[in-house]
Design a protein around this ligand. Structure first.
Ligand code: AMP
Length: 182
């Protein structure tokens, strides 16, 4: 299920670039302008549905916080459950966690220990809005696999391919993105 050039253009043109946010030198890819554009959001979700309906998935897992928006919508379209992967300290039940390094220091993501347990050897799709260095997604894939489930693919609306984060992630799982920023 390939994205047509027209569909890709509609998605690309709906994403707003914000220069120097949250710090100087960063071009922030703002997807709020994709979400409030019914055509662009519809093209995005319809493509994801058409692609992933063939995968026989058990769950979609989304990364805090923009991954929740795409992930929850997709899970409903596919008729399967949604699992949030959150920043440390937000989930109320027993969690497992995974640290990852940032430019300065560490961050940590968590998932509920039993989040995928209703389906033995669950097949999970991981989703987030964007992959940059890949640190967050790497930690999220490891978490999913540690629960006994299996992350079969990681999907991003945008891949910053000049940062090479996706290459490291490809050692852990399949990687797919709709829009590439070279
Ligand atoms: P990373 O762990 O470096 O791959 O960073 C990925 C996370 O940071 C994702 O959850 C993105 O939403 C966010 N992020 C990183 N860089 C950008 C950017 N240039 N524009 C928008 N979001 C970004």
């Amino acid at each position: 299920m390939t994205l047509s050039n027209l569909e890709r253009k509609i998605i690309e043109e709906s994403i707003r670039d914000i220069k120097d946010f949250p710090q100087e030198g960063i071009i922030f890819k703002d997807i709020t302008t994709l979400l409030n554009n019914a055509e662009a959001f519809g093209v995005t979700m319809n493509h994801l549905y058409q692609k992933y309906k063939e995968y026989n998935l058990d769950y979609v897992a989304g990364i805090d916080a923009r991954g929740f928006i795409f992930g929850a919508a997709l899970a409903q379209m596919l008729g399967i459950g949604f699992v949030p992967i959150r920043k440390k300290g937000k989930l109320p039940y027993t969690t497992i966690s995974e640290k990852y390094s940032l430019e300065y220091g560490f961050d940590e993501v968590e998932v509920h220990l039993d989040a995928f347990s209703a389906k033995p050897n669950a097949k999970v799709l991981l989703i987030d809005d964007l992959i940059a260095t890949g640190g967050t997604a790497n930690a999220a894939v490891k978490l999913i696999n540690q629960t006994g489930a299996s992350c079969v693919e990681a999907c991003f609306i945008i891949c910053l391919s000049f940062l090479d984060g996706y290459k490291k992630l490809q050692e852990l799982t399949e990687v797919y993105s709709l829009v590439e920023v070279k």
